[in-house]
Ligand binder design. Structure first.
Ligand SMILES: C[S@@+](CC[C@H](N)C(=O)[O-])C[C@H]1O[C@@H](n2cnc3c(N)ncnc32)[C@H](O)[C@@H]1O
Length: 244
């Protein structure tokens, strides 16, 4: 359990480096199956990108045809998102405060990596509840997060070998990981959260799990995969409102 968690993305140097990141290596695998998953589960084309960062995931949704609003708590990240996409709609929020958005307005809420940086059960539940309220009755939340295994292995785009303490981390504990594709090599601090804990979180937030995906890489893909062909670094949850 941690009380001193700091969102590492509230930082202009990190934002600068993150803005240059597109879809290299392990990130490619995060996004590879999203179009198929989204089109299988989501009807309609209005989306809210929760934790949009420098806008990579929002631009991705726009390309899929979604009218998209990007939302983040980091002004530094949003500044870069607006620089890269001057016509985009990017909004700063306070943690868990969705009052500037209309209820039941979105067909899709996409969250890519964001919950890795939301530290406690309480905060996760508040955010999921708020996002559930923004969903239309038939809407879906697609929540992509890091698997616990990402923090204990090596990857095309990440290294964790300098952080042996990660091996003992339980849900809610801080873990460290280095992104090898960007200039900023300071470790990122995330919070590990197991599948069991995510299921409990969804229940507490009034959400129902529709499907879980754990994408694996293929040897034929043009990347130097390390563990990605046998261990899934990402987990993708599709969720709906319990009472829809
Ligand atoms: C790893 S970045 C991912 C950005 C983007 N989704 C992408 O795929 O490129 C995670 C983002 O989540 C944001 N974040 C963390 N906690 C948040 C919260 N409580 N509400 C909204 N955004 C949050 C961070 O500021 C950061 O910009």
């Amino acid at each position: 359990m941690i009380l001193d968690f700091f969102n590492v993305y509230e930082d202009s140097k990190r934002a600068e480096a993150y803005a240059k990141l597109e879809f290299p290596g392990t990130y490619y695998l995060a996004y590879r199956d999203l179009p198929k998953i989204i089109f299988k589960h989501v009807k309609g084309r209005t989306a809210l990108d929760f934790g949009c960062g420098t806008g990579r995931s929002s631009r991705f949704l726009q390309k899929l045809g979604f009218s998209t609003v990007g939302v983040d708590i980091s002004a530094d990240m949003l500044e870069k998102a607006r620089e890269l996409d001057s016509k985009g709609d990017y909004r700063l929020i306070k943690d868990g405060d969705f009052s500037q958005f209309e209820d039941q307005a979105y067909d899709l809420v996409l969250s890519v990596f964001t919950f890795d940086n939301i530290p406690t059960m309480k905060k996760k539940v508040v955010n999921f509840r708020g996002l559930g309220r923004l969903l239309k009755n038939e809407g879906r939340i697609v929540n992509l997060v890091s698997s616990p295994e990402i923090y204990t292995h090596e990857w095309a785009s990440f290294s964790t070998k300098d952080f042996p303490k990660n091996k003992h981390a339980k849900s809610g504990d801080k873990v460290r990981i280095i992104q090898t594709d960007i200039e900023d090599k300071r470790p990122v601090e995330d919070v590990v959260w197991t599948d069991e804990y995510y299921r409990e979180t969804y229940k507490k937030a009034g959400l129902k799990l529709v499907k879980t995906y754990k994408p694996l890489a293929k040897r034929s893909e043009p990347y130097k995969w390390v563990n990605e062909t046998r261990i899934a670094p990402w987990v993708i949850y599709v969720l709906k409102k319990e009472k829809s």
